[in-house]
Design a protein around this ligand. Structure first.
Ligand SMILES: [Zn+2]
Ligand SMILES: [Zn+2]
Length: 110
């Protein structure tokens, strides 16, 4: 899900010198189509086509097999995944820490 947020969605009519057709479905683009552009190789596809492609757990361009995002971006993506893996929730549920903080604040004011 998160990787989709890294890939910009644009209107076909906003693109400069775009290809005529989508390499996934082989249909020609139309001016109002929503296009997803890969940040790494700059190939473009229908938003729906690329979303379906990603639903099958592909992480590379359907056309040239380049990774969707550059390696350094991939690292931060992995960190986001790690943060979303439930470790944050564990700390949120820890009430003892909160009361300790409140207690310390009381002591300092006193
Ligand atoms: Zn398509
Ligand atoms: Zn590509």
């Amino acid at each position: 899900m998160l990787i989709r947020e890294l890939l910009p969605v644009v209107k076909y009519s906003d693109l400069v010198d775009p290809p005529d057709s989508c390499a996934v479905c082989l249909y020609e683009f139309e001016s109002g189509d929503e296009i997803r552009r890969l940040t790494n190789c700059r190939h473009i596809f229908h938003r729906t086509c690329l979303d379906r492609w990603m639903d099958h757990d592909h992480k590379t361009c359907p056309l040239c097999r380049t990774m969707f995002v550059p390696d350094d971006l991939q690292d931060s993506f992995n960190e986001k995944l790690w943060a979303a893996s439930g470790i944050g929730e564990y700390y949120q549920g820890d009430d003892d820490d909160d009361s300790l903080v409140v207690h310390l604040q009381d002591v300092m004011e006193f």
